[in-house]
Design a protein around this ligand. Structure first.
Ligand code: PLP
Length: 396
């Protein structure tokens, strides 16, 4: 039988659970598109996005998903024929590079592993070889949602600097912004982008891009620019120009509520909550892997992302994901890309608390037990112990 009725839980790495307060903020009539309300909403959102990206640079908000945000970031700083370097650590930086290739960039992939973070030394070495500075931009993700890897962005910046290379550093923070520290200015990130539906707890449909000084200077000479994404148009004080047409009003009201929730909790506290919940997830997984048929995809513990955990399974992973969905009402992510058919993903990202993460973990443990899948017992108990300890110490 099923015990799935009740509130359904999304434990996929995007879209994530949308808070009721965000949904309620969107339940309102449409507004005249250049009303004071919409003008103020646009201004506060662009200003508050700077606080989330931690930048004094410019922020841009688009009616688009993350792929649109990728395109927005590229088109504004590159020219056709520019060489760019994407740093592989799973699926997403490579995917971003594929978008750039469509747009006319000459894309090189710095080979990496599906099971490990970008190696800054390999990047430094590649950039040192580029004595004529043909590489215009380096593309990386902070968290790769497919592999479950977290990259060390400051170390990547140091590698670029150590090579004395002028390339722009462009970072995808779709699965990390609002989930873990990101310090755009302090870390020397030139362009950062993200989207609404992961750590930022808003329905899909908004993309965000932040640009530092060096990126804004590159923008002046970029020939890939197109009308919809163009920063120059969007820096115009006229609201209609800022959105290149009608603003996505309802999503913006939702985002306003989500950002109010994040600032209400405190951005650093949000990061700590994610770290603690990720720790609880790992406490459980570390027990399950003792059965030898489940393994962490990311081998090095320090490289495991705080927003999503990718687990490999020597068997059909839908045995686990179908069970949790049908019997428990918990939707997990299947592994994607090179890992398709080889595992599943548990997201602990965005609007999640202890019972939600414990619920997802319990559903997985039920699936393992019910189907006699070998696993070390006591995963959920270990997660609870981790949470109670962490909550007492106020740290992860
Ligand atoms: C989800 C995701 C994207 C793509 O976002 P879409 O809204 O699905 O286009 C890009 N990068 C990362 C790291 C992601 O997790």
């Amino acid at each position: 039988m099923s015990v799935a009725n009740g509130r359904a839980l999304l434990a996929i790495p995007g879209p994530t659970n949308v808070p009721d307060r965000v949904l309620q903020a969107m339940m309102r009539p449409a507004e005249e598109l250049a009303s004071d309300t919409i003008c103020n909403l646009t201004e506060t959102l662009l200003a508050d996005l700077k606080k989330v990206f931690r930048t004094k640079g410019e922020t841009f908000l688009y009616a688009a998903n993350g792929h649109g945000g990728w395109e927005a970031a590229l088109t504004n700083v590159l020219s056709r024929g520019d060489k760019i370097l994407t740093l592989a650590s799973g699926r997403f930086a490579v995917g971003w590079g594929e978008m750039a290739r469509f747009m006319g960039a000459d894309v090189e992939v710095l080979a990496g592993s599906w099971r490990a973070a970008v190696d800054p030394a390999a990047l430094e070495e590649r950039l040192r070889q580029d004595v004529r500075h043909e590489i215009k931009a380096v593309l990386t993700v902070q968290i790769d949602t497919a592999s479950g890897v977290v990259n060390d962005i400051p170390a990547i910046r140091r590698a670029i600097d150590a090579a004395g290379h002028p390339a722009l550093l462009m970072v995808d923070g779709v699965a990390s912004l609002g989930c873990m520290p990101f310090e755009m200015d302090e870390w020397g990130v030139d362009v950062a982008m993200s989207a609404s539906q992961k750590g930022l707890m808003t329905p899909p449909g908004l993309a965000f891009v932040a640009a530092g000084e060096k990126a804004l200077a590159a923008h002046q000479n970029a020939t890939m620019r197109t009308g919809y994404w163009d920063w120059t148009a969007r820096m115009n004080p006229l609201l209609y120009m800022k959105h290149c047409g009608t603003p996505p009003e309802h999503l913006m009201f939702g985002l306003r509520a989500a950002l109010d929730m994040i600032f209400g909790e405190g951005l650093e506290a949000v990061w700590r909550r994610h770290a603690l919940l990720a720790g609880a997830t790992r406490a459980a997984v570390s027990k399950w892997v003792e059965g030898q048929v489940l393994t962490y995809n990311v081998e090095e513990p320090a490289q495991r992302a705080p927003s999503v955990t990718t687990i490999l399974f020597q068997g059909d992973p839908t045995m686990i994901t179908d069970y949790t969905r049908k019997v428990c009402g918990v939707t997990l992510g299947l592994a994607i890309g090179d890992l398709t058919g080889k595992g599943f993903r548990i997201a602990h990202m965005g609007h999640v608390n202890a019972p939600m993460v414990l619920g997802s973990l319990s559903a997985v443990e039920m699936a393992l037990q019910a189907q006699n899948i070998p696993h070390g017992s006591g995963g959920v108990a270990a997660a609870i112990a981790h949470l109670s300890e962490g909550a007492r110490n106020g740290a992860a």
